[in-house]
Design a protein. Structure first.
Length: 195
């Protein structure tokens, strides 16, 4: 993340995203596939890392194997196999949705994972219980813990979509997109941007 100053001198937190160039690796049509969509590939993959099937798939589009391949529905204009899409699809001031796999945080307790408050004080006989979950079930009836009980466990690593991020700047010569706010995922993670 970084920040920009607007015309009024207000400091705006923002994220810089490299968008493209993305190659059209497959065109889905209603007649053949049952729906209309474009398959876009991003970031070249070394030939020795790609399978022969994927090499043949990308060879039809006249490009090398790609690390990230995503399908998008709802493109208005016609695109052909092998076309290159750049950041010029976006305009300053419009809103986009960004989705990615969130940062994995490992095994976490209930205070961090679910926002439990803990005991709240260290007096009145409490010992070493400040971040404990407390009671998790009833006694002899129902004699079990209900499914879905909020407990400690693995946190993060989920697909997350952040909606309505405003595009602050489009840098065409470097294929960079600057959006207001933060996006999910670690540094250099692959993300999907939708209008």
């Amino acid at each position: 993340m970084t920040s920009l100053f607007d015309d009024n001198g207000k400091n705006i937190p923002c994220t810089v995203i490299e968008v493209g160039p993305c190659v059209v690796t497959q065109v889905r049509t209603e007649e053949v596939d049952g729906y209309n969509a474009l398959q876009l590939g991003f970031d070249d993959k070394a030939d020795k890392r790609a399978s022969n099937a994927s090499k043949g798939h990308f060879k039809k589009a006249g490009t090398t194997a790609k690390k990230k391949v995503v399908e998008f529905k709802g493109f208005d204009e016609e695109h052909k196999l092998g076309d290159t899409l750049t950041v010029d699809l976006f305009e300053e001031g419009e809103f986009v949705d960004v989705s990615a796999i969130s940062k994995g945080k490992g095994f976490q307790g209930v205070v961090k994972r679910h926002g439990f408050a803990g005991v709240g004080q260290a007096t009145h006989g409490q010992h070493n219980r400040l971040r404990a979950p407390g009671s998790i079930g009833a006694a002899s009836y129902p004699a079990r813990v209900f499914k879905g009980m909020r407990m400690a466990g693995r946190m993060g690593g989920d697909k997350v979509k952040v909606q309505n991020l405003r595009v602050l700047k489009v840098v065409s010569d470097k294929n960079l997109l600057v959006v207001k706010g933060c996006v999910p995922g670690h540094k250099n993670a692959y993300i999907t941007i939708e209008k």
